[in-house]
Write a protein that binds this ligand. Structure first.
Ligand SMILES: NC(=O)C1=CN([C@@H]2O[C@H](COP(=O)(O)OP(=O)(O)OC[C@H]3O[C@@H](n4cnc5c(N)ncnc54)[C@H](OP(=O)(O)O)[C@@H]3O)[C@@H](O)[C@H]2O)C=CC1
Ligand SMILES: O=C(O)[C@H](O)CS(=O)(=O)O
Length: 494
């Protein structure tokens, strides 16, 4: 079998220990199907520009079949004891970890992130299946002291129903399991539509779901290039009781408008504009390490990446110098190759967004201290710019790429005000050592997530989500299953 780290082959299947994980047909109602009209769409390796697969291009008709099958399958699945559901999910988790290498290769080939990061995402994605398999056994009810002598009151929590899921390309495995984990644990049927750029990781998940013993029809992956059409099916089909979306705020707004007609329950994990604040009393080496992790993970293509880096005047120049030195050590290249730390951007639009933000900073008085150049294809040099002000585009728009813009500030209040001056409220970070300052700042930041002296906050055990226009609801943690349950109050007269 060729070594993906050295072989130039574009034949993805030949790189896998288990080629059966490479699928191009959609997984609908427990069957592997072509689109009814036979149409397909191409999946491209962003590092090499070659087509690695042509995948079934489904329409609403096939998606409606998946929804009906999910409704049927969940009747039996929800009636099973939670312990039985947990056992199947544990098997699914075990299979994901046993196939971590292959799932990582598939993910890197279709999305571009370096293989080590891709394998890390597989473990992160699998952790949601493990976690919610266990949470299935903790869906407790309540007994309430009656308000009248002949009344006995109780509350039970039941699966909300069939779930429609729409996920982005930047975490093609974990964004799906962060949704299907709680949904399936709660007893729901699940129909997932992955981004057209990255359907292969989702299809590989379906192969392992089948092997783990998930009932036919309970879990479907509907691949399609027609994202808005599939979104409308999820919003208009009366059998769907829940829509869960991860992606941009712009698309989140479209879906919320569409979902209103049926008053459809929605979870929204949307855009971010994370501030990363470095105070004078910070451990600067730790702050640089945290900025590198937060800013350049996934080549800056995550919703929780540091998008604005605010540095207090007393340490601004030293921090800028240290950060630039660390950035120069990043190794840009094909994520399947040994030692590469930074892969390509996902597409041409992504490259142009980074270029636009850099140009805007330089046009309005900022300075480039490292990077700034596009390389061949979709590769771009990790970049640091200084002299950035709130009047520049990067202050209000998510770059979603390898650009670290440094803003200078003098007082703590200036940093807090600047950090909060955005419609977004997903993740935020700051580095300081004074405990009074830490307490003041962590409480003042208007975000769903605050990283204090750390640049990495993501874990399945904690509630992930944003405030303001970064979303609705939380994923992961003991809270994450609530969005897939309905509370029923029972008043028994005796
Ligand atoms: N809060 C979070 O956890 C996360 C937020 N994001 C945010 O997502 C953005 C980047 O991801 P990106 O994929 O470009 O985001 P998009 O919002 O463009 O796309 C997200 C998903 O929605 C689909 N989609 C696009 N338009 C519609 C529509 N009208 N109806 C239904 N589905 C639609 C896309 O399909 P297709 O790609 O096939 O067009 C994709 O599967 C950033 O803003 C980032 O912050 C990303 C990841 C995590
Ligand atoms: O940005 C995303 O897609 C993820 O939510 C980021 S994380 O969960 O891996 O931090």
């Amino acid at each position: 079998m060729p070594d993906p780290r050295t072989d130039q082959t574009t034949d993805l299947k030949s790189l896998l220990a288990d080629p059966d994980l490479f699928r191009t047909r959609a997984y609908v109602a427990g069957e592997w199907i072509d689109a009814d009209d036979g149409k397909t769409f191409d999946v491209v390796n962003p590092a090499r520009g070659d087509v690695i697969a042509s995948v079934a291009d489904l329409t609403r008709t096939e998606v409606a079949r998946a929804i009906d099958a999910a409704q049927q399958a969940m009747q039996d699945w929800a009636a099973r004891p939670a312990k039985e559901r947990a056992k199947v999910m544990r098997k699914w988790f075990d299979l994901m970890m046993e196939n971590q290498d292959d799932l990582g290769i598939i993910l890197t080939a279709e999305m571009g992130k370096p293989l080590a990061e891709a394998k890390g995402e597989i473990a992160y994605g699998a952790s949601f299946i493990e976690w919610f398999g266990e949470e299935a056994k903790r869906i407790y009810g309540e007994i309430i002291p009656g308000h009248m002598a002949d009344k006995r009151l109780s509350v039970i929590r039941q699966p909300i129903g069939v779930v429609g899921s729409i996920t982005p390309w930047n975490f093609p495995n974990a964004m799906i399991t962060r949704k299907c984990g709680p949904a399936i644990a709660a007893g729901c049927g699940f129909v997932g539509r992955p981004a057209a750029e990255t359907p292969l990781s989702a299809l590989a998940l379906a192969v392992l779901a089948e092997r783990a013993g998930l009932p036919k029809g309970l879990f479907s992956i509907v691949t399609s290039s027609r994202s808005s059409e599939i979104g409308k099916e999820f919003c208009e089909n009366p059998t769907v009781r829940k829509l869960t979306f991860t992606g941009s705020t712009e698309v989140g707004r479209i879906l919320l408008r569409q979902a209103a007609d049926q008053v459809l329950k929605c979870s929204m994990e949307l855009g971010g504009n994370a501030p990363f604040i470095v105070f004078d009393d910070a451990d600067l080496d730790a702050a640089v390490e945290g900025a590198m992790a937060s800013k350049f993970r996934n080549n800056g293509q995550t919703c929780v990446c540091a998008n604005r880096i605010y540095v207090q005047s007393g340490v601004y120049d030293e921090f800028a110098e240290k950060l630039a030195e660390a950035v120069k050590k990043l190794n840009v290249g094909d994520g399947l190759k040994e030692g590469v730390t930074t892969g390509p951007l996902i597409n041409e639009d992504a490259v142009e967004k980074v270029q636009e933000h850099i140009k805007d900073v330089l046009d309005y008085g900022g300075a480039l201290i490292t990077g700034g150049n596009r390389r061949e294809g979709l590769f771009f040099e990790p970049t640091v710019v200084t002299g950035v002000t709130d009047a520049m585009k990067v202050a209000n728009e998510e770059t979603f790429g390898p650009l670290a813009p440094l803003f200078r500030f003098d007082t703590e209040q200036q940093a807090i005000d600047a950090a909060n001056d955005t419609i977004f409220g997903l993740a935020s970070y700051f580095y300081a050592r004074d405990i009074s300052r830490i307490t003041r700042v962590q409480e003042a930041l208007e975000y769903g997530i605050v990283g204090v002296n750390t640049g990495i906050i993501s874990t399945e055990v904690a509630p992930f989500g944003g405030v303001k226009q970064s979303g609705l609801g939380r994923e992961g943690s003991r809270h994450g299953i609530e969005d897939y349950l309905e509370m029923k109050y029972i008043c028994l007269s005796i």
